[in-house]
Ligand binder design. Structure first.
Ligand SMILES: Nc1ncnc2c1ncn2[C@@H]1O[C@H](COP(=O)(O)OP(=O)(O)O)[C@@H](O)[C@H]1O
Ligand SMILES: N[C@@H](CCOP(=O)(O)O)C(=O)O
Length: 293
């Protein structure tokens, strides 16, 4: 019997929460798994249709984690999540592989276990935790221990204008430009703001979101990798956005807006100024990964 896993795209960091904060959004990839005579992968670029495919790698690693032997499967991928744009296309693959492995072996796993396995594979929990749990999630891992995930609701009046430029930024490259050490003053700057931002997103407090959403850990360095950052930031500010951040490691930019009509107008304005961009109005996804047999 086949199983279909639906995984939301994610906006990691949400600006201020480098490697610890992430939000699931209403853009979904589906992955259909079934037993087969040999490995077959369809629905993805040709270069990924092989044993190195991230979904299959994650499927194999999950089986290995449970002490089970791999077996041949078919995987059909239908993903509108753009590649290497900071919307968690790789995490969606990782999460799908784990849940596919659990489902095809009849294993029932808790979301916390899935987050722990996925974090081990991804190296950081900020995409996989919201992809699995839905909503806005702040995560941290104790030395050598399992990640703790704190899940926040996001106020329904908030919408997220998702601005996808036609160029890629690979996460591995974008991580190289982020300094590995910061002064104490920067650490203090971030700590207060992450608390402010999570509360602001929960309550829909536009002023608080706006005040808190000013990152000093990664955005000042990564914005240089996105040639349109300054233009889009100005358009968002003038267009009534509450805040704008680099989604994950970019190149997508995400504007938070507290009114549906303003969000649609901003989407149209950005599309007018940047016809080659893909611009969507997304909401926060509250369900996280889903399984259908
Ligand atoms: N449908 C897919 N099939 C196989 N691999 C994929 C698929 N989508 C994404 N990936 C993998 O994820 C990588 C992109 O990951 P990354 O640079 O972290 O960007 P993103 O922000 O999209 O997660 C791709 O190079 C590829 O290895
Ligand atoms: N915290 C990571 C998140 C990367 O997310 P992605 O969607 O760009 O893969 C980082 O900022 O490097």
């Amino acid at each position: 019997m086949s199983v279909t896993i639906t995984v939301p795209a994610t906006s990691a960091n949400v600006g201020i929460g480098y490697d610890c904060l992430g939000m699931a959004v209403s853009l979904y990839a589906t992955f259909t798994f079934d037993h087969a005579d040999e490995l077959t992968i369809t629905g993805c670029p040709e270069e990924f249709a092989n044993e190195q495919n991230l979904v299959y790698r994650s499927f194999e690693l999950a089986l290995e984690h449970w002490g089970e032997k791999p077996f041949p499967i078919s995987i059909d991928i239908d993903s509108p999540i753009p590649l290497a744009r900071g919307l968690g296309s790789s995490s969606a693959c990782t999460v799908a592989g784990i849940m596919g492995a659990a489902s095809l072996t009849g294993r029932i796993i808790r979301r916390e276990e899935a987050v722990a396995i996925a974090t081990e594979m991804e190296g950081h929990p900020d995409n996989v935790a919201p992809a699995i749990m839905g909503s806005l999630v702040c995560s941290f891992s104790p030395e050598g221990g399992l990640p703790h995930c704190i899940r926040y609701d996001v106020h329904k009046k908030l919408h997220f204008v998702t601005i996808v430029p036609p160029y890629e930024v690979h996460t591995s490259d974008a991580r190289k430009v982020v300094p590995t050490e910061v002064p104490l003053s920067t650490a203090i700057w971030q700590m207060g703001r992450i608390s402010g931002l999570t509360r602001g997103l929960e309550t829909g407090d536009a002023k608080l979101i706006s005040a808190a959403c000013e990152d000093r850990l990664q955005e000042p360095y990564r914005r240089k990798l996105i040639p349109d950052y300054d233009d889009v930031f100005e358009t968002c500010k003038r267009g009534g956005a509450v805040a704008m951040w680099i989604s994950g490691s970019g190149s997508t930019l995400m504007a938070c807006v507290d009114d549906g009509l303003v969000a649609e107008s901003l989407r149209a304005r950005i599309k007018q100024l940047h016809p080659t961009f893909d611009v969507m109005v997304l909401d926060c996804d509250t369900r996280g990964v889903r399984i259908e047999m």
